[in-house]
Design a protein around this ligand. Structure first.
Ligand code: SF4
Length: 204
């Protein structure tokens, strides 16, 4: 059954399928474009995201944005979402049950947006997509895998990079690979020259 984006948003806004629905301020669905070729999937909203109803707008989000901007991504190129759409208390990792409850909505989101490339930001997203709970991000990041017709790139969550800034270059390289793949596939225009990695830290 086909569902419109507006109906999907209404379903998200009224969802109480897991306990996170009871404590949220806003359901956090996406930012970017609803027809973008590249989807980024993180873990769950934090305090700023819960307050604003937008994903990746806190410090980690600003780091991601810094890297995306430097690689020439514009709003129409990406759709940013999370494994769960409501904030886990104290920014804890969503439980398996919460992630499973929200999976149906994320599945609908993917079907509506039809991305060609999905970037999994961190272990929670990787586990949800692959079922692999034991993978180490240091070992699996940076290589595309194909799953259900989507090209998938696992990489570090930007919150991890905020705590381990010496690893920033790896997230940068992974985003660069996504950019190159998108160029190869005709999803983004080529950049005239290779940009330098931004080194500033987003403020808290
Ligand atoms: S986290 Fe997802 S499943 Fe849980 S209440 Fe929010 S929208 Fe529904």
């Amino acid at each position: 059954m086909k569902i419109s984006w507006n109906d999907f948003v209404k379903q998200c806004e009224s969802c109480q399928a897991c306990p996170l629905g009871a404590t949220r301020t806003n359901v956090v669905i996406y930012r970017g474009s609803v027809v973008a070729p590249i989807m980024f999937v993180g873990e769950g909203p934090g305090a700023t995201e819960d307050e604003q109803g937008l994903p990746f707008v806190g410090q980690a989000g600003r780091l991601l944005q810094l890297l995306l901007d430097a690689q020439g991504f514009s709003t129409e190129n990406y759709h940013i979402a999370n494994v769960v759409k409501c904030r886990p208390p104290e920014n804890r990792v969503p439980t398996e049950q919460e992630a499973a409850a929200c999976k149906k909505l994320l599945g609908m989101q993917i079907l509506i947006c039809k991305p060609k490339i999905i970037v999994l930001l961190g272990k929670t997203a990787y586990t949800l997509f692959t079922g692999d709970k034991n993978a180490k991000m240091t070992q699996i990041r940076g290589s595309f895998i194909e799953k259900n017709g989507y090209l998938i790139m696992p990489t570090f969550h930007p919150a991890y990079i905020l705590r381990n800034n010496n690893e920033r270059v790896k997230l940068w390289k992974d985003i660069e690979q996504v950019r190159r793949k998108a160029e190869e596939m005709g999803l983004m225009e080529r950049l005239p020259s290779q940009p330098d990695m931004p080194t500033e830290r987003p403020s808290k």
